[in-house]
Design a protein around this ligand. Structure first.
Ligand SMILES: [Zn+2]
Length: 277
């Protein structure tokens, strides 16, 4: 960490994954002067029922860039086909290069057990790049990192082999509207593809203001569930009084292959509850 600027690098499989699970924290980091980069490991070119290929990849790239502007972060989209990501050596080296170039203090990704192969392989690739980023003779012409960064997983609802078990939960109530504004940028997803895939396309209002309100009704409850589900963790980091007031949260679980997430480095890496401790 240089000049107290925390560097957060998040790998999602698709251009909207990190926004959904880490958008609130990203906004909070950026507002506090820290640096956040989201990487979509695939270009999302099959994530729609009516359009696909190059036009969809370019549309989703633009959506990701608009979301990045809302949050004040960087957003890179790798040009790998949606649904075709594999944990190859080439992709491992690609992630090693990206991690080394960004020099993150914290790397975030999916958990390895997930319904979507792109999510699983993104997680696998980040796990495979962990430690490797510190090995000088791997990609020897790219300066290696002096130490393994902390690696953490975004939340999900999968129960097997074990449910998401977070180590940190952060209040995002102060940025929930901006987070929803990030999601609002992904028109192809939240107003078109996902409702179609869920069999509810007729529920989406045509009017842009009304559909933004619909988006809030659709999405905000899941962030309220994170706060409710992991209230004990919020109490631990914010104290009981403050924690009781928290409506929306995001949570992260440490990955064992990164540097450990400890009682002493959590308040440094997540400078959001410092006043409360
Ligand atoms: Zn995804």
């Amino acid at each position: 960490m240089t000049n107290n600027v925390i560097r957060v690098l998040a790998f999602g499989a698709h251009p909207d994954d990190c926004d959904s699970k880490l958008g609130g924290m990203a906004i909070k980091y950026a507002r506090a002067g820290h640096r956040v980069k989201f990487v979509a490991v695939t270009n999302g070119d099959t994530g729609h029922h009516e359009m696909g290929g190059g036009p969809l990849a370019r549309r989703r790239y633009e959506e990701a860039q608009r979301a990045a502007q809302v949050a004040g972060i960087e957003y890179e989209v790798l040009d790998i086909h949606n649904g075709q990501l594999l944990p190859t050596l080439e992709n491992r080296w690609l992630l090693v290069h990206i991690i080394r170039a960004f020099e993150p203090d914290l790397v975030v990704t999916h958990r390895p057990n997930d319904y979507h192969p792109d999510h699983r392989y993104t997680s696998q690739l980040v796990q495979d790049a962990a430690y490797t980023v510190t090995v000088p003779n791997v990609a020897a012409l790219t300066p290696h990192l002096p130490a393994n960064p902390v690696i953490a997983y975004m939340s999900d609802g999968f129960q097997k082999p074990y449910p998401f078990t977070p180590d940190v939960a952060v209040d995002i109530g102060d940025v929930i509207e901006q987070k929803l504004d990030m999601l609002d940028c992904h028109v192809s997803q939240f107003y078109e593809w996902i409702p179609y895939n869920q069999g509810i396309p007729e529920q989406v209002p045509q009017d842009t203001v009304e559909r933004r309100e619909w988006l809030r009704q659709q999405r905000a409850p899941s962030y309220a569930r994170v706060a409710d589900h992991y209230r004990d963790l919020l109490v631990k980091w914010y104290g009981p009084e403050q924690a009781a007031q928290i409506r929306y949260a995001e949570a992260l679980e440490a990955c064992e292959y990164g540097a450990p997430l400890t009682e002493s480095n959590i308040p440094v890496l997540f400078p959001f509850f410092r006043e409360a401790i």
